[in-house]
Design a protein around this ligand. Structure first.
Ligand SMILES: Nc1nc2c(ncn2[C@@H]2O[C@H](COP(=O)(O)OP(=O)(O)OP(=O)(O)O)[C@@H](O)[C@H]2O)c(=O)[nH]1
Ligand SMILES: [Mg+2]
Length: 437
């Protein structure tokens, strides 16, 4: 956001640690928050974990803690406080008043990053919509707060209420307008997607926590050209490239926005359209950074998001796990990992796991074979004889299947060997069973 190092906004990052949180996790959480701040282009000058026994409704933090923050802000000349948690609008406002600097919470921070990073029209509209959803949810919270203040009489009227109601109406109107614009942009893109679906190519989608290495892998597997960077949310817009498979077949690979913990559902919903692509893919590749100490937690978070959008194994969609960045593990760690990968493959829930390094390319070939295997596992290879009169069936086969061989006799009758996906084979058999040799 700010290019010039001297002009960078100097920030205090505060990670609230609750009594039930693990101490070690808090360190990593704080590190992630620093990464997010850097992704926004601000300079994290001070970063600290603040123990919270119970959340204060007025300031979130205790008064002693706020005082310490104020001192820190003064001595370091800071102008931004990032709270790596969820603040109510009242808490945010009170903190800003007391500290006399801008205060944002985790969702606010992520929204800011998305706002700066969104490059396409659709991306920008999605972020705008997400921001509306965020603001609306905060209005609701203020509303409950006001009700509580009045002792929950439930009575109507009062200046605050009217204001909130009109704010809410204004937001809803704006949201409606945005949605219509977004629909328009998407219809165009939907058409493009349909065009892709008509092609026999299958679609493989990369998913995973932000910074896991999705774009790096994307570039390794295709002709590349996507920004891969040690920065959270480097990718916001979906990109597609041809994915060559070892046998010479082709698929389409898509790179998507990364996931992150504690995203409110409203934000996930705003990115639903991007995630639609994930849902419609023939195969998901879950890229995981195995050098991340929180790898297991991240995995569960990604799986939760997938479930929320009704994608993944629970919805019959095959998934392969890529255990990336193994070059960063020591020898002991690598041996342990190889054992786990082997165990996972024979496990009850049979996870296809491939250990790779996008840096050294170790394991990438095995992954490519694994992807092809997963994509063609349920394929049918049919021997078909078509007469010239059935030219439409022949055209359909060319469009939807992979024609492995085709010989046409003098009488114009063609003998074909065609590879079809399970569903296409079903469709073909339902209509043209008589053509099967
Ligand atoms: N050491 C090592 N670094 C890797 C490997 N793969 C990716 N990286 C690095 O990890 C960082 C993040 O990579 P990206 O490909 O941008 O990650 P991403 O999952 O696309 O992240 P977002 O788009 O932000 O969600 C980059 O600095 C990469 O160079 C690997 O196998 N080993
Ligand atoms: Mg990326």
């Amino acid at each position: 956001m700010v290019e010039n190092a001297e002009k960078k906004v100097r920030a205090l990052i505060a990670h609230p640690r609750f009594a039930d949180g693990r101490a070690a996790d808090a360190d990593y959480d704080l590190e992630e928050a620093i990464g997010l701040a850097e992704a926004l282009g601000v300079e994290p000058i001070t970063a600290r974990i603040i123990a919270i026994r119970d959340i204060r409704s007025s300031n979130f933090f205790g008064s002693g803690q706020v005082e310490e923050m104020a001192e820190n802000i003064a001595s370091e000349a800071l102008s931004l406080v990032i709270v790596n948690g969820a603040l109510s609008p009242v808490q945010q406002r009170n903190l800003e008043r007391t500290l006399k600097v801008k205060v944002i919470d985790r969702t606010g921070l992520i929204l800011e990053i998305f706002g700066v990073r969104a490059a396409t029209k659709e991306g920008r509209l999605q972020v705008e919509l997400a921001r509306m959803a965020y603001e609306r949810s905060r209005l609701v919270r203020t509303w409950t707060h006001l009700e509580r203040q009045r002792g929950g009489t439930g009575g109507l009227a009062g200046p605050g209420e009217t204001q909130i109601e009109s704010d809410r109406r204004a937001l809803d109107e704006k949201t409606g307008r945005l949605k219509r614009k977004l629909d328009h942009v998407r219809r165009t893109r939907g058409l493009q997607r349909k065009a892709r679906q008509r092609a026999p190519e299958r679609v493989v989608a990369l998913v995973g926590y932000t910074n896991a290495g999705k774009s790096t892998l994307f570039n390794r597997l295709t002709t590349g050209g996507v920004l891969a960077k040690d920065m959270l949310f480097a990718t916001l817009d979906t990109t597609h490239r041809v994915l060559p498979l070892p046998s010479g077949q082709k698929a389409v690979l898509s790179d998507t926005v990364g996931f992150i913990s504690d995203l409110p559902t409203s934000l996930i919903t705003a990115f639903r359209a991007t995630l639609e692509e994930v849902k419609e893919a023939d195969l998901l590749i879950h890229v995981r950074d195995l050098s991340d100490p929180l790898a297991e937690r991240r995995k569960n978070e990604v799986m939760e998001v997938l479930e929320q959008i009704e994608a993944g194994p629970k919805y019959g969609q095959p998934i392969i796990e890529v255990w990336n960045k193994i070059d960063l593990l020591d020898e002991q760690g690598s041996i342990h990992l190889a054992e786990r990968a082997a165990a996972a493959r024979t496990d009850a829930d049979k996870i296809d796991a491939f250990e790779i390094s996008c840096l050294t390319m170790q394991g990438v070939e095995a992954l490519q074979n694994g992807m092809e295997e997963a994509l063609t596992r349920d394929d049918h290879i049919l021997d078909i004889r078509v007469t010239p009169a059935e030219f439409s069936a022949r055209a359909w086969l060319h469009q939807n299947g992979q024609v492995l061989s085709e010989e046409t006799g003098d009488d114009g009758v063609a003998d074909m060997k065609v590879r079809l996906s399970e569903s296409d084979a079903g469709k073909f058999l339902a209509k043209h069973k008589a053509l099967i040799v």
